[in-house]
Design a protein around this ligand. Structure first.
Ligand code: SAH
Ligand code: SF4
Length: 368
């Protein structure tokens, strides 16, 4: 991007609603028909502002300043197979967040961050290990999707809230961002997925929202004793309450709920634990779908991923209990495509170049 980063908070380009665009254009005396040209260009064509040739060049330059971007690229990396691209962005106040674009034959998916950092403290997660900085705003969330769109020919059809942060701890903003991704960008609600570690009130809030978005619940354990050691929030919202909320979500929306399960060797991957999990997930409307994710090792957590054979056995036990299972592969491992990992590496290299500071904890997070 050749544009100068914004230095003070204003209406950002993708935080601005159509009415804000209208106000910005009328403030500089532009005729009414420019509103549709600008809106359609940014949201329907999904083109960068400086490529909107329906607008005169001078106007584009004026708007570039009047409607600044919220995010400045710090680094961008593409995986060896070219399918996965990952960005580290810096917001106006300096916080850094990550976004991942995943291209495949039938879809382009963007994985967005909803917060800078995360307060939930899951022990195996790089973002959780680093702690919470702040909530992202609507413009910062939506802009991640649009900026990723600018980097691919394929139309972005899916968005997953599986980057940094707990989306349901920032639920009002996330709901507005979902509305804008649906209304303005035209992404089908079913192709918008919110992943939560089990913020039960937020799950009910989302269930009441009119958009039938997909809910993913990060479980990682079939019982409270183990889950508490991995997900501290389980002490507040135990597993039965989380699954109940998921059950209600499925019933209200008529949508199948997905469960995420990071497989950790010798911790949560035994056949008995698979049976327990299968038992817990019985009777959800539309059935339950479990994504098994081999753990991405992080420095501050001693766990390792199980071998493939063990994960397949776990998957077979779940399937025998009537649960639909997918074993995920690690995407874009060569570019740290796991959310939280790129920012941690940047921080590490900064610390290593500062005398007197120890090397940082290694960190990693899976892309979905
Ligand atoms: N806070 C939300 C969404 C972001 S995390 C949540 O926890 O659901 C997205 C997914 O990545 C979650 O399922 C999370 O448990 C998983 N994850 C985090 N760290 C991981 C790691 N080191 N290995 C594998 N999966 C991880
Ligand atoms: Fe936060 Fe999700 Fe990481 Fe837990 S797994 S610390 S909820 S980002």
């Amino acid at each position: 991007m050749s544009e100068t980063p914004p230095t003070h908070p204003r209406t950002t380009r993708y935080g601005a609603r159509r009415a804000d665009l209208e106000a910005a254009l009328s403030a500089i005396g532009e005729p009414g028909y420019r509103v549709a040209q600008l809106y359609d260009g940014l949201w329907k064509q999904r083109a960068p502002l400086d490529e909107l040739t329906t607008l005169p060049k001078a106007l584009r330059a004026t708007l570039t300043n009047a409607l600044p971007l919220a995010l400045t690229e710090v680094t961008a990396q593409t995986s060896a197979d070219g399918e996965t691209k990952k960005w580290l962005w810096r917001a106006v106040d300096g916080v850094q967040v990550e976004t991942v674009l995943m291209n495949s034959a039938d879809r382009a998916t963007v994985c967005v961050s909803s917060q800078a950092g995360c307060a939930m403290g899951c022990t195996f997660c790089a973002t959780g290990q680093a702690g919470f900085e702040r909530h992202l705003d609507v413009g910062e969330i939506v802009e991640q999707v649009v900026r990723a769109q600018h980097a691919t020919e394929q139309r972005v059809s899916h968005v997953v809230f599986m980057g940094m942060g707990e989306p349901l701890a920032n639920v009002d903003t996330v709901c507005t961002a979902l509305e804008r991704l649906n209304d303005d960008l035209g992404i089908s609600a079913r192709h918008l997925t919110v992943s939560t570690v089990g913020v039960v009130p937020g799950m009910y809030r989302l269930a009441q929202h009119p958009l039938p978005v997909t809910l993913a619940v990060s479980l990682h354990a079939p019982d409270d004793t183990l889950r508490e050691t991995l997900v501290p929030l389980n002490r507040r919202y135990p597993i039965a309450e989380v699954i109940d909320a998921a059950r209600q979500y499925a019933a209200i929306k008529g949508r199948r709920v997905t469960f995420e399960y990071a497989c950790i060797a010798g911790v949560n991957d035994s056949p008995h634990q698979a049976d327990l999990l299968g038992h817990r997930l019985k009777g959800l409307r539309g059935g339950a779908h479990v994504n098994l994710i081999p753990l991405n090792p992080t420095g501050a957590f001693a766990g390792e991923p199980p071998d493939r054979e063990r994960i397949n056995r776990f998957a077979a036990n779940l399937a025998a209990a009537g649960v639909q299972v997918t074993v995920r592969r690690n995407r874009g491992v060569d570019i740290d495509a796991a959310c939280g990992q790129l920012r941690a590496r940047e921080a590490r290299s900064r610390r290593e170049s500062t005398p007197g500071r120890g090397s940082a904890a290694r960190s990693a997070r899976m892309a979905p």
